[in-house]
Write a protein that binds this ligand. Sequence first.
Ligand SMILES: Cc1cc2nc3c(=O)[nH]c(=O)nc-3n(C[C@H](O)[C@H](O)[C@H](O)COP(=O)(O)OP(=O)(O)OC[C@H]3O[C@@H](n4cnc5c(N)ncnc54)[C@H](O)[C@@H]3O)c2cc1C
Length: 380
Amino acid sequence: MSSFACGVSREPFDAIVVGNGFAGVMGALSLTRQAALRGVSLRVALVGPEGNQFFTPGLYEAIESDDPALACISFSARLPRSITFIEGKGRVHALPSASSGCWEVKVESHVFSPRTLRSPHVLLATGALRGRTESLSPLASWHDWQRLREGLRAAGRVSVVGGGVSGVELAASLACALPSARITLRERRDSLLTGAPSALKHVCRLALERMGIECVLGQSGDVPEADVALDATGPWNDISRLENLLGPAFAPLLAKGAFDPETFCLRVTPTLQVPLEEGLWALGDLAQFPDAAPSAQAAVQLAHQWAASVLRVRAGAQPFPARVLDLGIVVRLGPRQAAGVVRIPGRGAHVLTGVAAQAAKAAVRVKYLAELALAGRGFF
Ligand SMILES: Cc1cc2nc3c(=O)[nH]c(=O)nc-3n(C[C@H](O)[C@H](O)[C@H](O)COP(=O)(O)OP(=O)(O)OC[C@H]3O[C@@H](n4cnc5c(N)ncnc54)[C@H](O)[C@@H]3O)c2cc1C
């Protein structure tokens, strides 16, 4: 269906992407690139609160260097012309009507008065919509990080809560950057890096302890006193922020049991659709895709497949079920160490340490940046 089937809309688009993180930027870029390869020209709206992408894995640079701008990619001025970047916060405003078949998204911004966008396809890619936690500082946005910087420099005791990849990497970076601070890593399960092979867990635990990081395992509940406590507990959504994002779609989705009861992540179908009306899709940390851990790795892979599915639906075909190829994990343990597991299809998993692991981590980062550069053509 063409966007212009939407009637007398002020701002019709072929697709609207809400969220400017890995999932949203890669989704918008991949959609316009794949369409161009088929000779189709699309108008895509990309909605985000600012024209910078907070490159979360780039947090290390922000922690370890004095130039926090290294963790941020400025993209809005360099997008291809087929993508209109709209600065503001988007939310679902109206479900598709029988006559138009279009979703409406309202964008509110401090720069302009509210705008209403219309499209048959809306991708929700807002990342995790965390609410306030009593004692934990969130790390969900560039502003969160900026607010924290000075506090961290003055901190004597820092707690990192959550012992997954993000928590382990954060704790290691902090231990290197703040040698006089006491760093504690807290995980409610009995081991760090749930789901990773035990050899990798062991190597990481030893490395953290050698850095002087105290690992407290198997304890949940209140975070004990610390000058700063950082939230690395993984994606979860605050129910009232979800309600605001989903607008009239919230109640029917709740009635359908579309939210994970523990994290309130939106359960999407194998074809990445939100189980409601057609044309509403979700990706990245906001959503829960079967058998995929929330990561930039998964978000980028799924964004390409989402783009292919939208083009199929526009052509009257069924979307393909998406899948995530687990290539492994490489855990960065400060600027000079890393450990990881690389999975080679048909040849099993291999544990990497030392220079090989550091090279693998650097390669992952270059891969992300190159993908953005290639998809955006002159992105940097
Ligand atoms: C410390 C740390 C280290 C990590 N390291 C790795 C790693 O090495 N490898 C890896 O694969 N993954 C890593 N991750 C995980 C990875 O960063 C996330 O899985 C990934 O960023 C999710 O992408 P996303 O686009 O869904 O969400 P985000 O990157 O969070 O982006 C969402 C964007 O949407 C915007 N937004 C929110 N609400 C709205 C709205 N209403 N309208 C418009 N825009 C909105 C937000 O401001 C944000 O910019 C790490 C995470 C952390 C915290």
